[in-house]
Ligand binder design. Structure first.
Ligand code: CP
Ligand code: NVA
Length: 302
């Protein structure tokens, strides 16, 4: 097993800083990109849909000189056609990095245990670390440094919120999470992030979270795989929409963030996500720059 990135705490603060600095540098000066994947492949296996992740990974690999192999779920049919471990071993004999979007985080752990190439989490039920890297890059671009900046995450304590807690641990960003009862961020995630030095506060009122915050973040109330809970969740999150009135409580230069896909009128009002405080398109663009720098880090400094 080679260290990859199942969650951001598989890296360390020095490596995360280096990834973000490289991402910024190569974004500004693409002609200096190292073609470290020349002659190599990167597998990108998806059990769930994607607009941003698949495309950003493919372009990251291509611009590093490598060949991305996109694998549809029905093609390999994990644990039905053959065991996860056998799929991972097969891919590892062709590619330099395996990346995957899966339902169960345990699938990624099984892949990582079976192979000696890095495995990268492109979203699981537990986390979305490549999104959190792009979010850190977006905040650095906006504020210069994220150290001591306060990010209020309002909504479901889901995979995206979990990776933001580890992003806090790796960067000095302060996180406050507000969720309705029953949808809080997992206590084990909070403890793990705090043990790594993160400031993570949990509150039950979105107004308490957003007051004075430098960034306000939300995500869908119904994640991929939870579609049968949608009606229940719509009721549980009633009143939790981020609207202009809530945004007004943030710092005067506060930004609005969302990993996308977004549901206007549910977790966020159109006036906010399409308004002047929104940085969602910077986040989207930064997905490619940050995952590219992550791949370079995993290949050059494993
Ligand atoms: N934010 C994100 O991961 O988007 P996709 O699901 O479209 O890849
Ligand atoms: N929490 C969402 C994120 C989508 C990018 C999901 O898992 O569906």
């Amino acid at each position: 097993m080679t260290p990859g990135c199942l969650e951001l705490d598989d890296l360390d603060p020095t490596r995360v800083t280096r990834i973000l600095e490289h991402a910024q540098h190569w974004k500004e000066q693409p002609s200096t990109l190292p073609r470290v994947l020349e002659g190599f492949g990167v597998a990108a296996l998806f059990q769930k849909p994607s607009a941003r992740t698949r495309s950003s990974v493919e372009m990251a690999v291509a611009t590093l000189g490598g060949h991305p192999i996109y694998i549809r779920p029905e093609e390999v049919d994990l644990d039905v056609r053959e065991p996860v471990e056998d799929v991972a071993r097969t891919l590892a004999s062709y590619v330099r990095i395996i990346s995957a979007r899966v339902f169960s985080h345990h699938t990624l752990e099984r892949m990582a245990a079976a192979v000696d190439v890095p495995v990268v989490n492109l979203l699981s039920d537990a986390g979305h670390p490549v999104q959190a890297l792009a979010d850190l890059l977006t905040l650095r671009e906006r504020f210069g440094s994220v150290e001591g900046r306060r990010l209020a995450y309002v909504g479901d304590g889901n995979n995206v919120a979990a990776s933001l807690a580890f992003a806090a641990a790796m960067s000095g960003l302060e996180l406050v999470v507000a969720s309705p009862p029953g949808y809080e961020l997992d206590q084990q995630v909070v403890d793990r992030a705090r043990n790594l030095g993160a400031v993570v506060d949990l509150v039950s009122d979105p107004y308490d979270a957003v007051r004075g915050a430098d960034a306000v973040y939300t995500d869908t109330w119904t994640s991929m795989g939870q579609e049968q809970e949608r009606e229940l969740r719509l009721r549980a999150f009633d009143g939790w929409t981020i609207d202009a009135a809530l945004m007004k409580l943030g710092a005067p230069d506060a930004v609005f963030m969302h990993c996308l896909p977004a549901h206007r009128g549910e977790e966020v009002a159109a006036e906010v996500i399409d308004g002047p405080q929104s940085v969602v398109w910077e986040q989207t663009e930064n997905r490619m720059h940050s995952v590219r720098a992550l791949f370079v880090e995993l290949v050059e400094a494993p």
